[in-house]
Design a binder for this molecule. Structure first.
Ligand SMILES: [Fe+2]
Length: 239
């Protein structure tokens, strides 16, 4: 499985504090059947984390994984907050995107309101050749009340990533109900862990796939952690 949203890098994000905790997260991910992780620290115009720092940390992590004999590949990316200031960052910073060919961008929206300018924002990204992947909309209060607020932006070409733990009820019944509705309407493209630690939000996907399989069948559920994230990593279109 491929996990495209994960805060496992130490020192520069709000996940683990130490490399030891990072490696514990990696062991846990490998045991769950995860082979690839995108390390996605939070990025906003205010944050001072450069793509170079993310790239160096990921290199360090891959070296440590080799030393530890853990069969896991980590790739650098970012969890980009919805803010007009990101356009200037994009022009100067190649690593804000996820996967090859600078085609996809993880885009985090506010947790309470549904931004009325989201469609316009997505259009602006698309004119720059980017397809946004909206991260965990099932945790947004307005979207929980009306999941079909997302229909227009999905038709526009945005992709939807939900959190594994929401699928297994870790974010409450509203998030879980929202995901069910989105899955049935074929509006979920990825399941990712959005992991921050080994306990509160762990780097696990398999239980969420099992839960999704009960709603949309195993083949569809597996595509959310296999073929879809693989296509994104390759900079290709989803099937
Ligand atoms: Fe995140």
């Amino acid at each position: 499985m491929i996990d495209l949203h994960n805060h496992l890098l130490p020192e520069i994000d709000d996940g683990p504090d130490t490399w030891e905790e990072t490696l514990q997260m990696c062991r846990m991910a490998v045991q769950d059947g995860i082979t690839h992780i995108a390390a996605t620290p939070h990025i906003s115009p205010e944050s001072r984390i450069s793509s170079k720092v993310i790239e160096e940390k990921v290199q360090q992590l891959n070296d440590r994984l080799d030393e530890a004999g853990l069969d896991l590949d980590v790739t650098p990316a970012a969890d980009v907050y919805l803010d007009p200031g990101i356009f200037s960052l994009l022009e100067s910073d190649k690593l804000l995107t996820i996967g090859e060919k600078k085609r996809y961008l993880l885009l985090e929206i506010p947790s309470v309101i549904f931004p009325r300018y989201l469609g316009r924002f997505i259009f602006e990204l698309q004119t720059r050749g980017l397809t946004p992947i909206i991260t965990h909309p099932e945790r947004n209060i307005a979207i929980q009340q009306d999941p079909f607020l997302l229909r227009e932006i999905v038709q526009q070409g945005a992709l939807i990533q939900v959190t594994a733990m929401s699928m297994t009820n870790g974010f409450g019944s509203r998030s879980r109900k929202c995901i069910k509705q989105l899955l049935r309407a074929d509006m979920v493209h990825l399941i990712a862990s959005d992991a921050h630690s080994i306990d509160h939000r762990p780097p696990l996907l398999s239980s969420a796939v099992e839960a999704a399989a009960r709603i949309v069948g195993l083949a569809q559920a597996e595509s959310l952690v296999n073929s879809n994230p693989q296509a994104i990593m390759n900079g290709e279109s989803l099937m």
